[in-house]
Design a binder for this molecule. Structure first.
Ligand SMILES: *Cc1c(COP(=O)(O)O)cnc(C)c1O
Length: 478
């Protein structure tokens, strides 16, 4: 086992490797330490072979993971070595907060969000944390807005008064989150910020297109007396499809303004589609992410398609004062940052002490440039579409949610036509250990999902491997 970012062929360890790794753990604390060399040897030769190849194998397609570019890996090492704490902007001590701020602006440039319109920006631990921020800001905004609309005698800020009192003063009876097929973390976020899991309501257009909004139902829910956060699934987890198009986003914006609602976008992996050129081949994708600048807050993941190490997500909002109202860390004067050009991160998010997550992002953005990121995503989509085309044309398999190849992003969702094969398809495909996919229900029946998220993608090589696996799994079933 080497200590580099080299490619490995196995998507997951063998049974033996897993067993060996498990038996090798030191489960009692030694009185005398092992020392650096022994512990290095122990970790690299005993434990690491028991790790998933999600990042280092090009053929790990389960869930939605990413990989790590060499530039990001290098910068991650630097971030740990210098061990900067990115919490307070201390320009006389370190440039680290300035680097983080610059990196977030570079990211906004990559994803075409105007830096001036989106002054609220922060790195988080991932899309789950970013969704939590989105729900927290949305809750603050919608209850304050309800108070303004009834001319409450003072601001009905949940950050200040708490949910109960603020809602009481603003005469808010319920806060609801209106969405379509959200990631599970949206429910967690709703729970954690006091909105409640049961307040998340899905408004699917139809059984055939459940990732899209039923716009009529959305209008009805917005006028039902509750205050609302609208959460847009820009890159639906199972299918990779987009909840809205540009025209629908404009209508949703108008509705949100009318009813004092907040629009949050969960674009954990979908946001990356904003790097794509506006060509015919990508029109379904670029249309799916157009109009997202009309939202109030946005979730993105960097440890997925941006290919930096875990854990790293980001959050943008157009409402910096709302972000500061919720997350300000009141305290010692030396922590006050109001007058500084770069707001201290401890006033913008959950953590005070924070890892230098920005540096790997900075490194990978600059090392590859805009065109490098376009090319990377284009190759991922090319592989997904070639696999999807094979699936759509095959007798054994059926492409989901429909046969629209030009809507395929970097996710291929499908099932076997034969029930017996379908029931064990994921297990069969994963049996070789050379490739890994995951399963999930789609329209109430088992489906197989293959998601591409690595810079290691090689379209011809990987297509061959996937097709061989699909053919071998279907043998005897057509
Ligand atoms: C992965 C994902 C999340 C959760 O992200 P973490 O990085 O695991 O916190 C949220 N939303 C969507 C759409 C995702 O794909």
């Amino acid at each position: 086992m080497d200590f580099t970012n080299a490619e490995v062929s196995q998507a997951v360890p063998s049974e033996e490797e897993l067993q060996h790794a498990e038996l090798s753990f030191r489960t009692s604390l030694p009185d005398n330490g092992l020392g650096l060399q022994d512990i290095q040897h122990h970790i690299l030769t005993d434990i690491a072979p028991g790790f998933t190849g999600a990042s280092r194998s090009p053929n790990y397609y389960a869930y939605t993971t990413g990989a790590v570019t060499d530039a990001a890996l290098f910068a991650d090492w630097v971030a740990s070595t210098w061990d900067q704490n990115i919490q307070v902007h201390l320009p006389k001590e370190t440039v680290a907060t300035a680097v983080e701020d610059t990196t977030l602006r570079l990211l906004q440039q990559l994803l075409s969000f105007d830096e001036t319109d989106w002054p609220g920006r922060i790195f988080t631990t991932g899309a789950t944390a970013s969704n939590l921020l989105g729900m927290a800001l949305g809750r603050e905004f919608v209850v304050a807005e309800a108070g303004r609309r009834i001319s409450a005698p003072y601001p009905t800020s949940t950050a200040k008064l708490g949910v109960l009192d603020a809602c009481f003063q603003a005469r808010v009876k319920a806060i609801q989150v209106l969405t379509t097929l959200p990631h599970s973390s949206l429910y967690k976020a709703a729970s954690a910020v006091g909105i409640g899991r049961d307040s998340v309501v899905c408004l699917p257009l139809s059984d055939d297109e459940p990732w899209r909004f039923d716009m009529e139902a959305l209008g009805q829910y917005l006028s039902n007396g509750a205050v609302s956060i609208i959460s847009i699934s820009a890159g639906e987890v199972a299918s990779g499809r987009f909840a809205t198009n540009g025209e629908e986003m404009a209508r949703i914006r108008a509705l949100a303004d009318q009813y004092g609602a907040w629009i949050h976008v969960d674009g954990a992996f979908g946001l990356q589609a904003r790097v794509l050129p506006h060509t015919e081949a990508y029109s379904a994708l670029t249309e799916g992410v157009s109009g997202l600048h009309l939202a109030d807050s946005i979730t993105g993941d960097a440890h997925k398609l941006l290919n930096v190490p875990y854990d790293c997500g980001f959050f943008f909002t157009r409402h910096l004062p709302v972000q500061q109202a919720v997350f300000s860390n009141p305290g010692a004067a030396y922590l006050s940052a109001t007058a500084l050009p770069i707001p201290s991160p401890l006033n913008l998010g959950v953590e005070n002490s924070r890892r230098f997550r920005a540096l790997p992002v900075y490194a990978t953005l600059l090392a590859s440039g805009r065109l490098g990121h376009v090319d990377l995503l284009a190759r991922q989509i090319a592989l997904a579409r070639r696999i999807a085309a094979y699936v759509a044309a095959s007798l054994a398999y059926e492409l989901l949610p429909d046969a629209a190849l030009d809507s395929v992003y970097m996710v291929v969702l499908f099932r076997a036509r034969a029930e017996a094969l379908n029931a064990q398809l994921v297990a069969r495909l994963n049996a070789s250990k050379e490739m890994r996919v995951s399963g999930l229900p789609w329209n109430g029946r088992p489906a197989t999902r293959l998601a591409i998220g690595t810079w290691r993608v090689d379209v011809e090589r990987d297509l061959g491997r996937v097709v061989r696996a699909l053919e071998s799994a279907a043998r005897g079933h057509v």
